[in-house]
Design a protein around this ligand. Structure first.
Ligand code: PEP
Ligand code: MG
Length: 759
């Protein structure tokens, strides 16, 4: 059965459109189940009817004509109850309905199962038998499995049809929504420019050659051209990225060395294969090896190798590099966006990015956040190859992509974009003002940084300090662990830029979705594996170099706070503190005149919530990592679009945990901050203010909005709201209560850009 299912799914997946896919389904299922009829009915929500879309066995002329309301017939019953119905004697059922147009001889037996995708009934799959047949459990199981497998395909095909403006009846559902993961905040309306692979390595044939020198020469020229392209892309981004960050491009260049990819290709050419074939061999071998290992780091490298392979091939084929025309308001779409693709678009044309693969912490998402470009990643169901030239809306707050948006949706998002523009225009006036509530309570707003571009933006937005410097970002852009003196320079730059304001530097937080190319970790469950402090405590040589560099860099400035990620118990804090004291002692002995920095703990693992008091007693401060804390408390992968709707930091359990942490810290007389995305959501910020957080640290893009809102609130009112929502057990109710309350104050529009949009 498995084989049969697989075969049908493959055929359906390869179908050119929805009708073709449905035709394959009914044909194959009828054969597989040895039944007389197999039909598919699709649900039309606007008419509340099930329309016959394909059949094998009934009169084909009835297709597109015969339909039944959800309260009619057996099909309507299956759909409205959303469950399988098996009837040996269908005609005796009170809901049996006979349609003469179908040419339906009165079929005795009926087996119908709903086609459900993301909890929505898309249609009904039916098999019928002339003579009485007792469909058994095996038949039922087959049809249910078939329908579950096909639901995704049907949903995808429907959406794809709608993108083309065809829709399932040829006239068109005008819009479709695809769910991804927020990569960088902001909303954008624009035109999709799809970056397809420049050349298709997979179809290059083998060819034996006699003139090896000629092929070697061709390959050398291609290599030089690609190297030059990469260098110029890197140069184009030079005013936005500092040298260490541009090391991303050095990784590419290194792969082109004769000791790596290029050397292998040359060896194959020498064996008598033409350059294109040699390139295909070598690239596919590398890619396959990486991809099969199913590891974040290796997958990342596999895509780099593929990208390089395509670039080389396009020169070998003497094809022009894909010349894309970038209209105003370009939204760049690709299966896997790379920083290089981003660099190719003129900055004044680019308004958004969409990547089908990738995660919040992909290189391109990190860059996009630093540059303030709204981005959606992991939009896995997006039929991206068909989007070129199509109007798109992207919502980088929620991770949504809308194709062919309706006029209403366009208008709503245009308002969001305009509101953002207005707020940003007011930045200058807000910049020098502190974040003080109407009743005079001062809540410092800090920023999260990682790249050089973050520093510039943070300064423009008047941050009062850095609550989280993600040190791993610089490590990710390097091709080996940076040395102590290289790290001193990086850290000094940050510490100086904000001095005398505090800069909270987090020690290396790799693992999970943050791979280091030169320190591969292969794990089946990386978020529960070797991450953050667990790695650095196991590698004190790496940890000591890093904290030495941080402390050394703070000499004469003394504005350094050190933050420890992924602490799950007091023993880890104890060990880390020990090492930090040791590093500081060494530096003092070496004659460096520097203060011992404050040491803080990230509260992002549930166990740390329960030990917050003990941790606060031992540390100088706490900082909540609400991104991971939400993921671990709710058991929802923060990078999985399929469960994105469950990822909610306003879940009552998360709010309860936050309150616990604040009171634990304060009971020990220690300050507590929060540095996850939640702190940058103005609605959530109101609750965080009320909970008593001593500072909020966020992406600098969000800072003006949070400041604007909190300056228009009283602490007292925020506390009332917190009390009100604390009594609620339903996250949706919490969202709507907060939105309503802030709306009543006339604050809703500016505060939560895309949440007011009705989709
Ligand atoms: C967090 O988990 O909330 C956090 C700030 O850290 P990161 O997003 O880098 O894991
Ligand atoms: Mg974290």
């Amino acid at each position: 059965m498995l084989n049969m299912l697989r075969m049908i799914s493959q055929e359906v997946n390869a179908a050119k459109d929805l009708p073709a896919a449905l035709t394959i389904i009914v044909k194959q299922v009828r054969v597989a189940m040895n039944s007389h009829v197999c039909s598919v009915y699709l649900y039309e929500p606007d008419r509340d009817r099930y329309l016959l879309m394909a059949t094998e066995g009934l009169n084909k002329r009835a297709v597109g004509k015969v339909s039944m309301a959800s309260n009619e017939g057996l099909v309507g019953l299956v759909g409205s109850r959303a469950e399988t119905i098996t009837l040996e004697d269908a005609m005796s059922h009170p809901r049996f309905l006979y349609f003469a147009e179908t040419g339906e001889e009165r079929y005795a037996s009926f087996l119908g199962t709903p086609i459900i995708h993301h909890r929505q009934v898309l249609g009904v799959l039916v098999v019928q038998q002339k003579e009485r047949r007792q469909f058994d459990e095996g038949d039922e199981a087959f049809l249910v499995t078939m329908s579950a497998q096909l639901s995704g395909v049907i949903a995808h095909a429907e959406a794809t049809g709608s993108i083309r403006g065809l829709g399932k009846q040829g006239k068109g559902i005008q819009e479709a929504r695809f769910i991804g993961v927020p990569g960088a905040p902001g909303a954008a309306l624009g035109t999709a420019v799809v970056v397809l692979p420049v050349a298709d390595l997979d179809v290059v044939p083998d060819k034996a050659i006699s003139n090896i020198a000629e092929q070697l020469e061709l390959f050398t020229l291609a290599l030089e051209s690609v190297r030059a392209d990469i260098r110029s892309l890197s140069a184009r981004l030079s005013d936005q990225l500092r040298p260490q960050e541009r090391a991303l491009f050095d990784v590419y260049l290194m792969m082109l060395e004769h000791t790596a990819l290029a050397g292998d290709v040359i060896a194959v050419i020498r064996s008598g294969q033409w350059a294109q074939g040699a390139l295909r061999n070598v690239v596919s071998e590398h890619v396959q090896r990486f991809e099969h290992m199913d590891d974040d780091y290796l997958r990342e490298r596999a895509s780099d190798v593929k990208d390089l392979g395509r670039r080389l091939l396009s020169y070998l084929q003497q094809a022009q590099q894909q010349t894309l025309v970038y209209p105003d308001n370009t939204i760049l779409v690709s299966e896997e966006l790379s920083p290089a693709m981003l660099g190719e678009v003129p900055a004044d044309k680019l308004v958004g990015l969409v990547s089908v693969l990738g995660s919040r912490n992909s290189h391109v998402a990190i860059l996009a956040r630093a540059m303030g470009i709204p981005t959606v990643v992991a939009a896995v169901d997006l039929p991206y190859t068909r989007l070129d030239g199509i109007e798109l809306i992207i919502d980088g707050y929620h991770g949504d992509v809308f194709t062919n948006p309706s006029a209403l949706l366009r208008q709503q998002y245009a308002e969001v974009v305009e509101e953002e523009r207005l707020i940003n225009k007011d930045l200058d006036s807000l910049r020098s003002l502190p974040c003080v509530t109407l009743d005079g309570y001062h809540l410092p707003l800090w920023v999260n940084t990682g790249l050089l571009a973050d520093v510039k933006r943070a300064q423009q937005r008047g941050a009062e300090g850095v609550g989280l410097y993600r040190s791993e970002v610089a490590f990710m852009g390097s091709s080996r662990f940076p040395s102590e003196s290289e790290q001193v320079l990086m850290y000094r730059e940050q510490l100086e830029a904000f001095h005398p304001l505090p800069v909270t530097m987090r020690t290396l937080d790799i693992g999970g979705d943050k791979p280091l190319s030169y320190f591969p970790i292969k794990e089946s469950n990386p978020y529960l594996g070797w991450r953050g402090i667990r790695i650095t405590l196991d590698h004190p040589e790496i940890f000591l170099v890093q904290v030495r560099a941080m402390i050394k860099a703070s000499a004469g400035l003394n504005n350094l706070h050190i933050l420890l990620p992924m602490i799950s118990g007091v023993h880890e804090l104890d060990d880390a503190q020990h090492l930090i004291h040791r590093a500081w002692g060494e530096l003092i002995n070496e004659g460096v005149d520097v203060q011992m920095p404050q040491i803080g703990v990230m509260i992002e693992v549930p166990s740390a919530v329960y030990q917050a008091k003990e941790l606060a007693r031992m540390a100088d401060f706490l900082s909540v990592g609400s991104n991971d804390l939400t993921q671990y408390l709710l058991a929802v992968d923060r990078n999985n679009a399929r469960v994105a709707a469950l990822y909610d930091y306003l879940h009552p359990a998360v709010l309860m945990a936050l309150k616990e942490v604040v009171s634990a810290a304060h009971a020990e007389g220690k300050p507590v901050s929060i540095c996850g995305e939640m702190a940058g959501d103005p609605v959530a910020a109101v609750l965080l203010l009320a909970m008593g957080f001593d500072s909020l640290s966020m992406n600098s893009t969000h800072l003006p909005k949070v400041k604007w809102l909190l300056r228009k609130m009283t602490l007292e009112h925020a506390q009332e709201l917190l009390e009100e929502v604390s009594a609620m057990d339903n996250p949706q109710l919490i969202h709507s209560t907060l939105n309503l309350a802030l709306g009543n104050l006339g604050l809703s529009k500016v505060l939560n850009p895309a949440s007011s949009v009705q989709t």
